[in-house]
Structures are given as structure tokens and as C-alpha cells.
Design a binder for this molecule. Structure first.
Ligand code: AMP
Ligand code: ZN
Length: 112
């Protein structure tokens, strides 16, 4: 399968890893939009939330991994933002579900 994040997961494309467990990998975004910009990806491939049927455990695993990382780095003190882009309007560019963890600066709402 020609999936960038599957290739990062299998090690054939390098990444700046910050977290790994049995089911989840997290690495720094190559084009960060905040001082901390990390992508959390399930090791099992599916494109989006809409295609996660039968793989709900992976969704929970991703959020548990984020929770652990946020606690370890004490990001909950100042706060952070989680983003899932989906489809064309959401400007998803990699069709392997991922959650952006953004932190280290003040964000605004609504997002542009
Ligand atoms: P999205 O636009 O939500 O699909 O997010 C995809 C993200 O992957 C973008 O923020 C890209 O900067 C990031 N990205 C693309 N290629 C790489 C790579 N080789 N390593 C790390 N992040 C990447
Ligand atoms: Zn994939």
C-alpha cells in the first residue's frame, strides 16, 4: 500500500519519533505550525474516522497515547490543541488517520 505513514511505521521512511507503543506511533510534523507539532498515528491503517469501523480500539489507543504524552510533557498546564483533518474541506493530505497535537503557543478560535 502506498501510504506515507505506513512507511514511517514500518521504518522505510525516517521520522523524528517522540513516542511509540504496541499500537501507536508519534513523530514530529515535518512542517510544524507550532513549537510542538506532533502527529499521533495508529499502526493499523485506515484513512479516517469514517473508515474506522471495526478498528475503534485504535482510536482509543491513539487518545490514550496522547494523554500519556501530554502528561509526561506537562502540556496540560498551558494547554494544547488536537486536530483531525478529514477529506477535502478538512484539507487532509495523508489518508492514514492521524491526530495533530499542537502546543507551545496561544491558539485562536475559530480556526481559519
Ligand atoms: P493532514 O494535512 O492533516 O493530512 O496532515 C498531514 C501532515 O503530515 C502535514 O502536517 C505534513 O506536514 C505532515 N507530513 C508530511 N510528510 C511528513 C513526513 N515525512 N514526516 C512528518 N510529517 C509529515
Ligand atoms: Zn497507512
Amino acid at each position: 500500500m502506498d501510504c506515507l505513514f505506513c512507511k514511517i511505521i514500518d521504518g522505510s521512511i525516517p521520522s523524528d519519533l517522540v513516542y511509540e507503543d504496541e499500537n501507536v506511533l508519534a513523530f514530529r510534523d515535518i512542517n510544524p505550525t507550532s513549537p510542538i507539532h506532533i502527529l499521533f498515528v495508529p499502526k493499523v491503517h485506515f484513512a479516517s474516522l469514517s473508515e474506522s469501523h471495526g478498528k475503534e480500539d485504535a482510536l482509543l489507543d491513539v487518545f490514550k497515547a496522547i494523554r500519556a504524552y501530554v502528561a509526561k510533557e506537562e502540556l496540560d498546564k498551558a494547554g494544547y490543541r488536537l486536530v483531525i483533518n478529514a477529506g477535502e474541506h478538512g484539507q487532509q493530505t495523508v489518508d492514514h488517520l492521524h491526530v495533530h497535537l499542537l502546543a507551545g503557543r496561544q491558539f485562536t478560535w475559530p480556526a481559519g
